[in-house]
Design a protein around this ligand. Structure first.
Ligand code: PMP
Ligand code: GLN
Length: 385
């Protein structure tokens, strides 16, 4: 259908279709093993689906309260206090959202104004910058150290100025699998001390961290927690990315602003699933053992590339592993990822797309949240190249 007489100007002129949709579609079209978009290749617990069904049968099928079901908010507050020491008030400081993506969008929209600067650390998850732009803000990009994806704080500090409204951090980090240490957060605490900067801390992979490291939630640092939106997602923790339920934690004054946007953005999210999570979250072993579950997957996946032309540093968290293909090809990573999908039947995500200005280190991101035989088959195909 032709567009009405078109002086229409896009609000996001440089944004196309998300790489996750592009690569997953290509994987389907070419019947490739899909290690691109991050989602588990195995099902969630039947106990969890039974709980959802139980609450549907109990008649919890109408709108949930705008801020989320009380039982779930309370369970999240208890869990957060146990794990990370800060006690969030479930009435005023916890809100249930339609996944982390909505929480991120809502948090940004609720505080960022025209011309405000928001520091985004690259490579960055794809939804941060468009949300800042739609809010009228200006993304200011900081690049992680290309060799180990650490933050060089002395350089970072130079970006902070009176227009800086927000800093977005993400640990464990998508796409690199790097993590922030306690020292990193202490440095951030020092840098933001005596400023009005708000932190958005994307912690959706909080339970997928390896090698004995502990997740350094912003909630462990009182002088960061009091200026932060912490965002997490049940999708990663319970193998339920398709259910799109997450949450936001923030001090009362920030949360009040968040809820003003949230109520007109989605109002409330899926009721029976909230009740089901509220009950399921009581099984602490499930989220506490997730690190080991995914560590075993990471070791298995990486073991398949011993002696391979692909090189890698084991990921410290998330269910992603970067593989470097520079000894195989000089192609751009976007082209090489497409070539691997079409010609060798394995889909991945090129890392350069996580930078506002393409930065191509010949790295591809592979999701190893898959059954071992699928990972084996993928590695066999890749190692033949
Ligand atoms: N942040 C990061 C870093 C992610 O990787 C993802 C999705 N994998 C999200 C946010 C979005 O989570 P959700 O699917 O709950 O919206
Ligand atoms: N977060 C998932 C990833 O990084 C994808 C989510 C999406 O498709 N938007 O692969």
């Amino acid at each position: 259908m032709p567009l009405f007489p078109s002086k229409f100007i896009s609000k996001l002129p440089t944004v196309g279709i998300s790489i996750f949709s592009v690569m997953s579609k290509l994987a389907v079209e070419h019947n490739a093993i899909n290690l691109s978009q991050g989602f588990p290749g195995f099902d969630c617990s039947p106990e969890l689906t039974a709980l959802v069904n139980k609450y549907m049968l109990k008649g919890h099928n109408q709108y949930a309260p705008m801020i989320g079901v009380k039982e779930l908010r309370e369970a999240i507050a208890t869990k957060t206090a146990e794990l990370y020491t800060t006690a969030y008030n479930p009435e005023t400081e916890v809100t249930i959202t339609a996944g982390a993506t909505q929480a991120i969008f809502t948090a940004i929209l609720s505080v960022v104004r025209e011309e405000d600067e928001v520091i985004i650390i690259e490579p960055a998850y794809d939804c941060y910058a468009p949300a800042v732009e739609l809010a009228g803000g200006k993304p200011v990009f900081f690049q992680l150290n290309p060799s180990d994806f650490s933050i060089q704080w002395a350089e970072f500090q130079k970006l902070i100025n009176p227009r800086t409204k927000m800093i977005i951090i993400n640990s464990p980090h998508n796409p690199t699998g790097a993590i922030l240490s306690a020292l990193d957060l202490q440095k951030l605490e020092k840098l933001t001390n005596k400023t009005d900067i708000v932190i958005l801390s994307d912690e959706v992979y909080e339970h997928i961290i390896f090698d004995g490291y502990e997740h350094q939630s912003v909630a462990r640092f009182p002088n960061l927690a009091n200026r932060s939106f912490i965002i997490s997602s049940f999708g990663k923790t319970y193998h339920t990315t398709g259910w799109k339920i997450g949450y936001c934690l923030a001090p009362e004054n920030l949360m009040a602003e968040f809820r003003k946007v949230h109520q007109y953005n989605v109002f409330s999210v899926n009721t029976p699933i909230q009740y089901a999570y509220a009950e399921f979250i009581q099984k602490k072993d499930l989220y506490l053992q997730l690190n080991d579950f995914y560590k075993t997957k990471r070791v298995f996946f990486n073991g398949l590339f011993k002696g391979s032309k692909f090189t890698f540093k084991p990921s410290s968290g998330t269910y992603f592993q970067l593989l470097n293909y520079k000894t195989i090809s000089n192609d751009k990573d976007v082209d090489f990822a497409k070539y691997l999908t079409v010609n060798h039947g394995v889909a991945s995500i090129p890392v350069s797309v996580f930078y506002h200005k393409t930065f191509d280190q010949k790295l591809l991101r592979f999701c190893f949240a898959k059954e071992n035989d699928e990972l084996e088959k993928a590695a066999e195909r890749l190692n033949k190249i």
